[in-house]
Write a protein that binds this ligand. Structure first.
Ligand code: NAG
Ligand code: NAG
Length: 331
């Protein structure tokens, strides 16, 4: 009896170990990097992901290969852009594009994309050139559109602008100076209007709409926290700080249990004096009270590398990273 009790009480500590035994890498084509965010369409095809050279790719598991699906810039050419890294090159980013967030509206099978240089776009169901649907709000052009989530019922698109002062190539500087000009926006596809829901955010990053559509979670990367914005009920349009995390939160994705997975990167001292090592992890949190339900250390797969997203899938998940040359998967 005693051993059963001890076993039961030791279970919570087990969840802090690596619960996935299998890690796979899906190498991107050419020299491109940065599968930043991951989406599946209404019939489960994918993963789809936007990469550093401006393409949105679709992975085909049967052919075990990535294919070009869409692009965000009308004057992008494959000869100039394919295989380039536009994370740090705004000049080439303006020509080639840099899709970051990807999220489907299942009813129309349209893929919405936030591009760091172009704004919010929508890709027609068969792919190719995306249409730009928002380039600014309140008369101010976007500086750094970041991530998004789609309300599957209304079709509204919630998206973040990391900063309205600094662009993607300046993201580290924006964090260092503790920029807090990030915004949360909403695009209404029926009216074509984009409105500002929140301003003054410190590195507005991941965004996820709750399963019951009553609230949004928003990660503030620079402030190490996740905010909750009520959309309905007695507290509608007020925010609370849901949780402060150790490290920098990036994308947020909901799972089928109505919890949320947050990609979080921390730094620990390295082997030599003054050196630092990045430790990427994925934490599963409750949207109700902000409790951490599970922590998965991914540093054995991503050595000294930040991750951007943990997209739950089956019993595991897909992993995005701004600088990685492959899409990861654990299960
Ligand atoms: C084409 O690329 C240039 C950058 O050289 C950019 O300034 C311009 O806006 C692009 N044109 C369109 C239609 O996006
Ligand atoms: C981890 O990466 C950073 C740069 O990305 C580097 O400055 C640092 O030295 C690396 N740490 C180790 C222990 O290699």
């Amino acid at each position: 009896m005693l051993s059963i009790v001890i076993f039961l009480f030791s279970v919570p500590s087990l969840v802090f170990c690596q619960p996935f035994s299998n890690f796979q890498k899906y190498d991107l084509p050419s020299a491109a990097v940065g599968p930043f965010s991951i989406a599946f369409d209404s019939s489960g095809r994918g993963p789809f992901t936007g990469i550093s050279d401006g393409r949105v790719l679709r992975y085909d598991p049967v052919q075990n290969s990535f294919f070009d699906f869409a692009f965000t810039s009308p004057n992008r050419s494959k000869a100039v852009c394919d295989g380039t890294d536009n994370n740090d090159n705004p000049t080439r980013g303006a020509i080639c594009g840099r899709p970051l967030g990807v999220s489907f509206h299942f009813r129309t099978n349209q893929l919405y994309v936030t591009d760091a240089y172009k704004g919010l776009l929508v890709v027609p169901p068969n792919g190719r050139l995306a249409e730009n649907v928002a380039t600014g709000a309140e008369g101010v052009p976007f500086k750094f559109p970041f991530l998004l989530d789609v309300d599957q019922v209304t079709g509204d698109v919630y998206f973040t602008e990391f900063s309205s002062q600094f662009q993607l190539s300046q993201v580290q500087h924006a964090i260092d100076v503790r920029d807090s000009t990030g915004r949360l926006l909403k695009y209404n596809p029926n009216t074509g209007e984009t409105t500002v829901l929140l301003r003054g955010l410190s590195g507005a990053a991941g965004i996820a709409l709750s399963y019951d559509r009553t609230y949004l979670l928003i990660a503030e990367m620079t402030a190490n926290r996740v905010k909750k914005l009520w959309l309905s009920g007695p507290n509608a349009f007020t925010t609370v700080d849901l949780i402060t995390v150790r490290g920098r939160p990036s994308n947020i994705k909901k799972n089928s249990l109505a919890d949320f997975w947050v990609a979080v990167n921390t730094w620990i001292p390295g082997p030599t004096v003054g050196s630092m090592i990045r430790v990427p992890s994925a934490i599963r949190i409750s949207g109700t009270g902000g409790a951490i339900l599970q922590t998965v250390d991914l540093s054995s797969y991503y050595t000294n590398t930040s991750i951007s997203e943990f997209q739950p899938f089956g019993l595991g998940g897909y992993i995005g990273a701004l600088r990685a040359a492959s899409l990861g998967r654990v299960n």
